[in-house]
Ligand binder design. Structure first.
Ligand SMILES: *Cc1c(COP(=O)(O)O)cnc(C)c1O
Length: 398
């Protein structure tokens, strides 16, 4: 006899909600922040520089620039790449809206290319199909933590003279050809939001091997203020600086960077735990009727920010939304990543009605569910997810 799901009057698998993601903070993190609070610097002191150096080293890039949040990182990347009102940038619809919003912030126009139906990733050929004479940048997204085809995007950017910006908000610690994601694109961003791999509360980092771009990011994050200008004068103008561009206050604080440094020391352990949890999901759910586990690209190390399964709707009597609701009733905090950006009202209204249809992204959206995955999740928590998914899918099987 089938076990009755909670939504059909059965007993929920858990008594409290298991979130899809959350931070892992320990006493070492608490101590690091407390120590910073007792120091001379709360914002933009030596701890920001130490954090940037540690971050650059962690991903194997020459430069890391810390900023207020991941969205600010994307905005500054669009500025540093020189995107402006006459320009277009190609990106993916299967992302958080901040990716394409950054293009709009600088007055440029985003074009969405359809995703690969197996991985949900932006593919180089689909991106190529959207390029126009005014396209100036490619913005790839390592969706769920799986790197896109870096070699092919580099070739495409070089061939067409485009800036290549990488949204690696999901992909801290992911690898391509044995190297971590970070130095490959012109500019690469990471988010330090609590659900991401390491956190500073809010925060973002841009990495690059290009000194000129790193300098430009540092200028733009601090009001466009050039303090080097004071060196042209003597001590009588020690106060001097020049505003040489329109910048912002996008600084990250020393308090946050103290937390970031403590978190970064634990990154490898976090990645291992995420990897282990993902492997167990794949092992336990891989043969289940009505569900497909994530497809892996060859030659990459997945960073497993998200574990996204696809429902095989032909084998189920109900839609994804019913399965979602049923799992929430079991107290499993499933999520949907993402509603494709081009379907949001603001984006629909910007494009001429009916002009943007992206069949793979749209059918992907109807099938996907994100299962809980974060380092602090216990094996017992994961058992709850696995059992709840089995119960719900068995009940609604065709
Ligand atoms: C989290 C995230 C961002 C934005 O980061 P914030 O730090 O929240 O501003 C951008 N892109 C993607 C794909 C993300 O997941």
């Amino acid at each position: 006899m089938k076990d009755r799901p909670a939504i059909e009057g059965g007993r929920p698998r858990r008594s409290s909600l298991l979130p899809y993601g959350r931070q892992s903070i320990d006493e070492d993190d608490v101590r690091a922040v407390a120590e910073q609070l007792r120091s001379d610097f709360l914002t933009t002191g030596p701890t920001v520089e130490r954090f940037e150096a540690a971050f650059a080293k962690a991903v194997g890039a020459k430069h890391a620039v810390a900023v207020a949040n991941g969205t600010a990182a994307l905005h500054l990347m669009a500025r540093a790449a020189g995107l402006g009102t006459a320009d277009r940038a190609t990106t993916t619809p299967m992302t958080f809206v901040a990716t394409s919003n950054a293009v709009l912030y600088v007055g440029a126009e985003p074009d969405f290319a359809d995703v690969d139906p197996e991985t949900g990733l932006l593919g180089p050929e689909a991106a190529r199909g959207t390029l126009t004479a005014t396209t100036r940048a490619l913005i790839t997204v390592d969706y769920t933590g799986q790197p896109v085809d870096y070699g092919a995007f580099k070739d495409l950017a070089d061939e067409r003279g485009l800036a290549w910006l990488s949204d690696a908000a999901h992909a801290l610690g992911a690898e391509v050809g044995g190297r971590r994601v970070g130095p490959q694109a012109d500019l690469t961003m990471f988010s330090l939001h609590p659900v991401k791999h390491v956190t500073t509360g809010e925060g973002g980092v841009v990495t690059t091997d290009r000194e000129d771009l790193a300098a430009r990011l540092r200028l733009l994050r601090n009001h466009g203020m050039d303090r080097e200008a004071a060196k042209r004068f003597g001590p009588a103008r020690a106060y001097y600086y020049e505003v040489v561009d329109l910048g912002y206050n996008y600084r990250l604080t020393d308090i946050q960077c103290a937390l970031g440094l403590a978190q970064l020391r634990k990154l490898d352990g976090f990645l291992d735990r995420r990897q282990r949890l993902a492997a167990r999901y794949t092992k336990e759910l891989g043969d289940l009727d009505g569900l497909r586990v994530p497809s892996l690209r060859k030659g990459v190390r997945h960073a497993w920010h998200l574990y996204v399964v696809r429902l095989d709707l032909g084998r189920l009597r109900v839609s994804r939304d019913r399965i979602f609701e049923a799992l929430r009733a079991e107290n499993i905090g499933v999520q949907v990543h993402y509603i494709p950006v081009h379907l949001h009202p603001y984006y629909r209204e910007r494009s001429r009605p009916g002009t943007v249809t992206l069949p793979h992204a749209e059918s992907w959206y109807e099938q996907i569910l994100t299962l809980p995955l974060y380092p602090g999740m216990t094996d017992a928590d994961q058992d709850d997810v696995i059992e709840a998914v089995r119960k719900v899918l068995a009940w609604y099987a065709r």
